[in-house]
Design a binder for this molecule. Structure first.
Ligand code: HEC
Ligand code: HEC
Length: 288
């Protein structure tokens, strides 16, 4: 629970912010994308002769950035057989045991005009910075070299307690796009905890983070003191659609939100019982 901070702490906080601001000044890269130390690329030529012109790839090189402490980075290559013959991929070899490729089947017969995916998992446990590996796709028509790069963020970039600066920046982002809370780094606090939850647990994670926060911004309504009568439909509308032009996001998946209909229903059921409605019609003023 937060209490009002004592002035000395506030001063310390301000000093801290100044030092932090100074540190930022020396390191121009924003907190969310810290500089990644990319080792000088000692890469084989981008592709071996063979499959070019027969298969098209959505990319020959994939890059994934994960928070510090993530054990694995995942990559998926989409491919289409643009030739007129079936191509058989016999195997995919990788440049180290730390990277494992997966095919739908082995050998994998890809009919002309059809597409499919090759996925790869790179072990990045204990890594900070970039790790680059290659995959060699071996087929009956030739081979193809693909590159994967896993970037592991330094521990400092992994979400921690918010500072006043973070909060202001977050609010600016949310004003520009109220769905921003579900994207990028915001999702780690505002979206990921919703997974597989319903009812009170879901409310606590995805609604309570804003509405029950002790030090929430003034524009975040106190849901326990709504000035009007509530109905299940009112709750549902707010949750599903939020408020365009405001900070309240739309949670319905149809509007770019993160909650299934079942999850929204569970919230409505919870809210109807947890926050009883005011009387539907305000009692008429008694005039004598
Ligand atoms: C480390 C967890 C965390 C991350 C990451 C995070 N938030 Fe928040 N957010 C919170 C908490 C906790 C609150 C409740 C208010 C508080 O404690 O300051 C909040 C409140 C908010 C609010 C309500 C206004 C307010 O300040 O009370 C908005 C809008 C918001 N966040 C947007 C964002 C956006 C946009 C991002 C990404 C750019 C983001 N948040 C990233 C934890 C987080
Ligand atoms: C990112 C912070 C944030 C999150 C997360 C959030 N809200 Fe809101 N919500 C707001 C803000 C800000 C408003 C005020 C909207 C306005 O009037 O501009 C609001 C408004 C509302 C209102 C209308 C209150 C009024 O003033 O009439 C309801 C109801 C509501 N939210 C319910 C929810 C529920 C339920 C959830 C969880 C599914 C949720 N909110 C999640 C920020 C948030």
């Amino acid at each position: 629970m937060k209490t009002f901070p004592c002035p000395r702490l506030v001063l310390l906080g301000v000093a801290g912010l100044l030092i932090a601001a100074n540190t930022f000044a020396q390191q121009p890269a924003p907190l969310t994308t810290p500089p990644i130390q990319v080792p000088p690329p000692v890469l084989p030529p981008p592709s071996l002769p063979g499959l070019d012109g027969l298969i098209v790839w959505d990319a020959e090189r994939k890059e994934v950035t994960v928070p510090n402490g993530t054990p694995q980075a995942q990559f998926t290559f989409n491919l289409t057989n643009i030739s007129t013959e079936t191509i058989t991929i016999n195997s995919v070899s990788t440049s180290c045991g730390c990277t494992v490729a997966k095919l739908p089947e082995q050998p994998w017969h890809i009919a002309p005009g059809t597409n499919g995916q090759i996925s790869a998992t790179m072990n990045v446990a204990g890594v900070v910075g970039a790790k680059i590996k290659t995959l060699t796709v071996n087929s009956d028509k030739g081979s193809k070299l693909l590159t994967v790069q896993g970037n592991v963020l330094p521990p400092s970039a992994t979400p921690g307690p918010m500072t006043a600066m973070d909060r202001e920046a977050n609010q600016k982002l949310a004003i520009a796009d109220r769905q921003a809370v579900f994207k990028g780094d915001c999702a780690s606090c505002h979206a990921a905890p919703a997974k597989d939850k319903t009812g009170i647990a879901l409310y606590t994670e995805v609604c309570g983070i804003c509405h029950e926060a002790k030090n929430r911004a003034t524009m975040v309504t106190d849901l326990h003191k709504l000035p009007y009568a509530t109905t299940p439909e009112i709750w549902r509308n707010w949750i599903a659609h939020g408020k365009p032009g405001g900070l309240m996001p739309a949670f319905a998946q149809a509007e770019g939100g993160i909650l299934t209909d079942e999850q929204i229903n569970s919230l409505v059921t919870y809210l109807v019982s947890a926050i009883p409605s005011k009387p539907v019609t305000a009692p008429a003023a008694v005039v004598h």
